[in-house]
Design a protein around this ligand. Structure first.
Ligand code: COA
Length: 385
C-alpha cells in the first residue's frame, strides 16, 4: 500500500443556494480543488451524496459531475452512507490511491437540501434510520437524537444548559469562516431561549438544513510535493459500522462504531487521542458532539458534555473542535459534510486558517457519522515537512 496525500482543496459557501443547481455547486468545489492542486486531469471522481434522488430528482451523479467539470470519460461513481457519505467517498478515494490502481483521484461531497419544504427533507433524512422498525413508528432524525439526549441527561444527571458550550463554540468559530452558514456568535441566553425542535433538542442544539459542496484531490505522497508544497498526508483512515436501529444497540449511549473507527485510525497512524491537535467531529446535534468526544477517547463516559462546559473545546483549549463552525454553524449539507471536515483540517494543517488557526497544529482528526451512529468514518491527517 502507498501513502496518500491531499494536494488540493475547494469548497463553496454553505447556505441556501437557490440560484445554483447540484452540478454547479459540485462543479465549483471540484474546479477550485483542481486549481489548488494544479491538476487538469484525474483518474477518477468519487461523489459523496445522500439525497440527490429524493430531493433533486437526480441520481447518477458520478457521470453527471465528471462530464460537467470537463472530465468526461473517467471512472466516476456516487458513494452513499447517509450523513457519512462525504467521508465514505474520501475513504474510497484513499483506498484507490493507496492500492496503486489510481494516481490522481478527486472526491467531492455535495448536497442540495433547501429546494424542498421542511417535511419532505425531514422524511428524506429519516431514511438513514431503520425504515421497518424505527421510521414506521414515526421517528424523525431529530426526535431519535432527542431520545438519546434525554437518556444522557437522565443517566448522567446533566442539565440541558450544560450543552450550551457546543453551539456557543461552533457559532464563535463560524463567525470568522467566510464559507459558514451562520456567521454570528450566540450567547448562553440565546441558547436558553431558542425554540424547541424536539424536546430537549432546541434550535441551537441542531444543525441546519443546507446546500453546499466541498472537494479534495488525492495523490500518492511520494509525488504530492510536485503538485502542492503544502500537501497533507492521510495517516489514518477507517470506516466502522453498528446496528442501524438504535434499539438494536448494546448501549444506545455509546457510539461503538465511532469508537471502533477511531481506534482503527489511531492504530494505523500510530498515535492516540493525546496526540491529536484538533478534532472536526460530527456535531449534528449537541448530544452527538458529547457522545463523539467520549467514543473517540477524549472524555470518559458521561463526561463529554463537560469538555464544552469547561471551555476545553475552544480554539485555544485542550481539544479544539468545530474549528470553522462545525455542522451546527458552518452548516450540514449532509453528503458534503465529511469532505468539508477534511478541507477544514487541511486548512489548519497548512496553517491557512486565519483567525480560526489552532496554534502549532500538526495532527488533526475528522469523524463523519452516518445515521444515528451506524456508519462512522474517521480520518487522521498530518502536516508534511
Ligand atoms: N440553528 C440556528 N438557526 C437556524 C437553524 C439552526 N439549526 N435552522 C434554521 N435556523 C434559522 C434560519 O436561519 C431562519 O432564520 P431567519 O428567520 O432569521 O431567516 C429561521 O431559523 C427559520 O428557518 P427555517 O429553515 O424555517 O427553520 P425550520 O424550523 O424549518 O428548520 C430545523 C429548523 C432545526 C427543524 C431544521 O434545520 C432541521 O430539521 N435540522 C436538522 C437536520 C438534520 O436532521 N440533519 C441530519 C442530522 S445527521
Amino acid at each position: 500500500m502507498r501513502d496518500v496525500s491531499i494536494i488540493g482543496i475547494g469548497q463553496t459557501e454553505v447556505g441556501e443556494h437557490w440560484g445554483k443547481s447540484l452540478r454547479h455547486l459540485a462543479g465549483d468545489a471540484v474546479l477550485a480543488a483542481m486549481r489548488d492542486a494544479g491538476v487538469e486531469r484525474a483518474d477518477a471522481l468519487y461523489v459523496g451524496n445522500m439525497l440527490s434522488g429524493e430531493l433533486n430528482g437526480q441520481e447518477h451523479l458520478g457521470a453527471l459531475i465528471a462530464d460537467f467539470v470537463g472530465l468526461r470519460g473517467i471512472e466516476a461513481v456516487k458513494v452513499e452512507a447517509a450523513c457519512g457519505s462525504g467521508a465514505a467517498a474520501v475513504r474510497m478515494g484513499y483506498l484507490a490511491v493507496a492500492s496503486g490502481l489510481l494516481d490522481v483521484v478527486i472526491v467531492v461531497g455535495v448536497e442540495k437540501m433547501t429546494d424542498q419544504k421542511g417535511p419532505v427533507t425531514t422524511a428524506s433524512l429519516a431514511m438513514a434510520a431503520d425504515a421497518e422498525y424505527e421510521v414506521v413508528n414515526g421517528v424523525s432524525f431529530v426526535s431519535l437524537n432527542a431520545l438519546l439526549m434525554q437518556r444522557y441527561m437522565h443517566e448522567y444527571g446533566v442539565r440541558h444548559e450544560d450543552f450550551a458550550g457546543f453551539p456557543i463554540n461552533a457559532h464563535k468559530n463560524a463567525a470568522t469562516n467566510p464559507y459558514a452558514m451562520f456567521r454570528k456568535p450566540i450567547s448562553l441566553e440565546t441558547f436558553k431561549r431558542a425554540r424547541m425542535v424536539a424536546a430537549p433538542i432546541n434550535l441551537m442544539d441542531s444543525s441546519p438544513v443546507a446546500d453546499g459542496a466541498a472537494a479534495v484531490v488525492l495523490a500518492p505522497s511520494d509525488v504530492a510535493r510536485k503538485f502542492q508544497p503544502l500537501s497533507v498526508r492521510i495517516i489514518g483512515s477507517a470506516n466502522a459500522t453498528d446496528a442501524l436501529a438504535v434499539h438494536d444497540r448494546r448501549d444506545p449511549l455509546f457510539l461503538s462504531a465511532a469508537a471502533l473507527s477511531a481506534q482503527k485510525a489511531y492504530r494505523q497512524a500510530g498515535i492516540g487521542p493525546n496526540d491529536v491537535d484538533f478534532f472536526e467531529l460530527h456535531d449534528a446535534f449537541s448530544i452527538t458532539a458529547a457522545l463523539s468526544l467520549e467514543a473517540a477517547g477524549f472524555a470518559e463516559r458521561g463526561r463529554g458534555v463537560y469538555l464544552a462546559k469547561d471551555g476545553e473545546i475552544t480554539l485555544g483549549g485542550r481539544i479544539p473542535i468545530c474549528t470553522f463552525g462545525g455542522l451546527k454553524a458552518r452548516g450540514h449539507p449532509v453528503g458534503a459534510t465529511g469532505v468539508y471536515q477534511v478541507v477544514e483540517a487541511v486548512l489548519q494543517l497548512r496553517h491557512q486558517a486565519g483567525p480560526n488557526q489552532v496554534k502549532n497544529a500538526r495532527i488533526g482528526m475528522t469523524q463523519n457519522i452516518g445515521g444515528s451512529g451506524a456508519t462512522v468514518i474517521t480520518h487522521i491527517l498530518a502536516a508534511e515537512g
